[in-house]
Design a protein around this ligand. Structure first.
Ligand code: SF4
Length: 228
C-alpha cells in the first residue's frame, strides 16, 4: 500500500484522500507549495476546507497573497489565532522578541502562536493536508506521502512530498498563480516576519528561518514527527 501511495501524483493522492476522509482540511501558510496545493485541491474539490494560522507576526506580503487566493478561487479561509491571554502574558513577561533569547523561549512562542491554534484547527478532523516537501529540510527528509500524525492523532497527507523546488515554481508559472512577493526578494521559506529573512545565493532554502539556530532544530512544532 505504501508503494502504491508513493507512486501517486499529487492530484491522484488528493482525490484518494478526499474519497477516504470526509473530515479533512488543507493547512496553508500561503508559501509557494501551498498555492500549488490549493490550486490542485480546489480543482478537484471546490468545497475543500482550507485553514491558516494567523500568528499575529506575519508579513504584509503574506496577507496580500492570502487575499489574492481568496478572491481568485472565491473561497473562505478559516483563520485561527493564538489565545489572546497567552500572548498578553508572553509579551508582558518576556517582551516582544523573547524567541531570540534561546531555543526554549522560541519554542514557547511557536507553541502559543502556532501549535495551540493548530490543535484547534484539527479538532474533529480525520486527516489534514500539508505542502511539506522532503527536500525542504533535514528534518523533513523521511517524510511520507501519507503518515500517522501521532502528536495530533490523525492522518497527515503530504501530496508534494517528492516535488522539488523547480517543479513547484514551474507549476506556479504555468498556471499563473498568485505567490508571496517576498520570493522575488530572495526569500525561500516564509513564516513570521521576525523569524524569517532573505537568503544569500549559497545558502540553503531554510537558512532564512530562525537563522540563529542549528538546522536540526528548525521546526516550529507543527510538523514534528513523534512517531519515532
Ligand atoms: S516563528 Fe517566531 S514569531 Fe512566529 S511563532 Fe515562532 S518564534 Fe514566534
Amino acid at each position: 500500500m505504501n508503494q502504491n501511495i508513493e507512486n501517486k501524483s499529487a492530484e491522484e493522492l488528493l482525490k484518494w484522500a478526499f474519497y477516504e476522509h470526509k473530515n479533512i482540511a488543507l493547512a496553508s501558510s500561503f508559501g509557494a507549495e501551498d498555492v500549488v496545493l490549493i490550486d490542485i485541491a480546489v480543482k478537484i474539490n471546490p468545497d475543500v476546507v482550507i485553514f491558516t494560522l494567523d500568528t499575529g507576526r506575519l508579513y504584509e506580503e503574506t496577507y496580500k497573497v492570502m487575499e489574492k487566493i481568496r478572491e481568485k478561487y472565491n473561497i473562505k479561509i478559516k483563520t485561527y489565532f493564538p489565545d489572546a491571554n497567552e500572548v498578553k502574558k508572553l509579551e508582558t513577561e518576556h517582551g516582544f522578541y523573547s524567541f531570540r533569547k534561546n531555543i526554549e523561549a522560541r519554542r514557547e512562542c511557536c507553541n502559543i502562536r502556532k501549535v495551540e491554534p493548530l490543535k484547534q484547527a484539527l479538532q474533529g478532523l480525520d486527516a489534514w493536508i500539508t505542502g511539506l516537501r522532503r527536500e525542504q529540510a533535514v528534518t523533513r527528509k523521511d517524510l511520507k506521502k501519507v503518515e500517522y500524525d501521532k502528536a495530533n492523532n490523525l492522518m497527515k497527507i503530504n501530496p508534494l512530498a517528492d516535488w522539488n523546488e523547480l517543479h513547484v515554481w514551474d507549476y506556479i508559472k504555468k498556471n499563473n498563480l498568485p505567490y508571496n512577493k517576498l520570493y522575488d526578494k530572495n526569500f525561500t521559506s516564509i513564516g513570521c516576519a521576525p523569524c524569517t529573512r532573505a537568503v544569500k545565493n549559497n545558502e540553503d532554502i531554510r537558512a532564512g528561518r530562525w537563522w540563529w539556530e542549528a538546522p536540526e532544530n528548525k521546526e516550529c512544532g507543527l510538523h514534528l514527527n513523534k512517531n519515532k
